[in-house]
Design a binder for this molecule. Structure first.
Ligand SMILES: NC(=O)C1=CN([C@@H]2O[C@H](COP(=O)(O)OP(=O)(O)OC[C@H]3O[C@@H](n4cnc5c(N)ncnc54)[C@H](O)[C@@H]3O)[C@@H](O)[C@H]2O)C=CC1
Ligand SMILES: N[C@@H](CC=O)C(=O)O
Ligand code: NA
Length: 438
């Protein structure tokens, strides 16, 4: 009987995700060997401090501070340090040494993915990163493989667990932003620097990866328009809720065919109102989901845990087994497919519906004057609702107007809002938010 091959696995980083990957590699060694066709031997774990406290108890002799040497002697390298350097250099060393690489590092891929993909192609090794987008959810492989016979037209994703957790807590319990963020950090969802989560940069990195695979063009972070959730107020959430919407931070990549702005792909991340009955509105807590529209498949939704050490480790191990199978079988690896360059469009080229909240004077003719301005700018109103707030003596304290438009361009909407602000019957513009799914 032939000997089962042993493949050496180097793990870089032993934080939230790395520690769980190490645990599973050790605990499930037999099952992983059966699925890969090779024994996956954890040859070492590169860390900054050997004796740092960790969630998982692991054999001390596995730890090393010499990541370079560990990488050079490995068949498979798992990078879970995060950040740009030394992760980038270590991945390049691994590739140049003929090792397959698995990473969850979306920040690095969004910034310098093309260099890494090209190097992997040249070396004929596999570079896999399922964990980088929507954690445990199998989404990159379905886009790359299962949908490779179709044409994707639109991707809408809740791809950041921390911000979904914060917005959900604010929506359901009225929690304060800072408390909800602290809890997300405690649960291991947030990035080392949570600014990347709340400012939308993490979701933008994932949007660039999703757009690249969906539209067969390499998009980077610079191609993604990005707004985070720091400006979403409790009042925005309450007002959206009253109007039947929920606010989610969405990563959107969609094909736009336009004679005015040219055709291309709009890739963007921003807080978005969704009708409460939209499938993505039901995605609660730190869960993620990606909603895909494809020409032949129609609508698809992928749902699951997008963050957290153990769920993310599942995606890492899936990639590892797949890379190990390929090493066992031999033959050149297949990484990205690109079919030429489709331009990334600026935010001004996108067309969405909008929700506009206005604090207005309760006077005759106000609605007509506002509607007139919208019409003048070519922005069509879908719904307009007025709520009158009265004091104890039934005297009008304020009048609130909630307007949802049909799809309009960013430029037309911005001009409309400016013109509305100039009306003497407007006390303030309380919200301007984009809407999807209406
Ligand atoms: N935590 C999550 O839910 C998810 C994380 N990811 C990605 O996975 C990667 C790892 O994330 P976490 O485990 O949450 O991060 P973490 O911050 O908990 O762990 C990273 C570990 O790497 C170590 N490290 C950093 N630089 C090092 C160096 N030069 N040498 C040795 N060790 C070094 C750190 O000391 C830390 O222990 C990141 O790229 C992250 O974006 C992806 C999906 C989900
Ligand atoms: N910080 C990220 C972790 C997973 O990518 C998130 O909150 O989703
Ligand atoms: Na994933």
């Amino acid at each position: 009987m032939s000997e089962v091959q042993t493949l050496k696995v180097a793990l870089l980083g032993c934080g939230n995700v790395g520690a769980q990957v190490a645990r599973i590699l050790i605990d499930d060694a037999d099952a992983l060997a059966a699925r890969s066709g090779a024994r996956l031997e954890l040859s070492g774990i590169a860390v900054r401090t050997i004796d740092a406290p960790r969630d998982v108890e692991l054999p001390r002799e596995l730890f090393t501070t010499d990541a370079d040497t560990l990488v050079k002697d490995a068949d498979l390298v798992i990078e879970l340090m995060g950040g740009i350097e030394p992760a980038r250099s270590l991945i390049l060393t691994a590739i140049q040494n003929g090792a397959c690489v698995v990473t969850g590092n979306k920040a690095l891929l969004a910034q310098d993915g093309p260099t890494l993909y090209e190097e992997a192609d040249k070396a004929g090794v596999q570079l896999s990163y399922e964990a980088a987008v929507a954690g445990a959810i199998p989404i990159l492989r379905p886009i790359r493989d299962s949908l490779s016979g179709d044409r994707i037209t639109r991707v809408l994703g809740i791809v950041n667990g921390t911000t979904n957790f914060i917005l959900d807590q604010m929506d359901t319990t009225g929690a304060q932003f800072a408390d909800a963020l602290a809890e997300a950090q405690r649960l291991g969802y947030a990035e080392a620097d949570p600014t990347a989560d709340v400012e939308g940069h993490d979701a933008a990195a994932k949007a660039a990866i999703l757009a690249s695979l969906s539209f067969h063009t390499r998009f980077s972070l610079d191609d993604v328009y990005c707004e985070g959730i720091t400006k979403v107020s409790a009042a925005d959430i309450a007002s959206a809720k009253e109007a039947g919407f929920v606010i989610k931070l969405l990563a959107i990549a969609e094909k736009i065919e336009s004679s005015d702005n040219g055709s291309g792909i709009s890739v963007r991340v921003h807080p978005t109102l969704l009708p409460r009955e939209h499938p993505l509105a039901a995605v609660r807590g730190a869960f993620n989901a990606v909603f895909i529209e494809a020409e032949n498949a129609g609508e698809l939704m992928f749902y699951g845990q997008g963050a957290g050490g153990t769920p993310t480790a599942s995606a890492v191990l899936g990639d590892l087994v797949s890379a190990a199978r390929r090493l066992v079988l031999g033959g050149p690896g297949r990484t990205e497919t690109t079919t030429g360059h489709v331009p990334a469009l600026p935010i001004d080229a996108s067309n969405t519906s909008y929700y506009i909240g206005l604090d207005v004077a309760d006077q005759a003719g106000v609605l007509a004057r506002i509607a007139h301005i919208f019409a003048e700018h070519g922005v069509s109103i879908e719904t307009m609702r007025q709520t009158i707030h009265r004091d104890a003596a039934s005297k009008v304290e304020s009048a609130e107007l909630k307007i949802v438009t049909h799809r309009a361009s960013e430029a037309a909407l911005a001009a409309t809002v400016e013109a509305v602000k100039g009306l003497d019957v407007i006390n303030s513009v309380t919200s301007v938010l984009r809407v999807e799914g209406v």
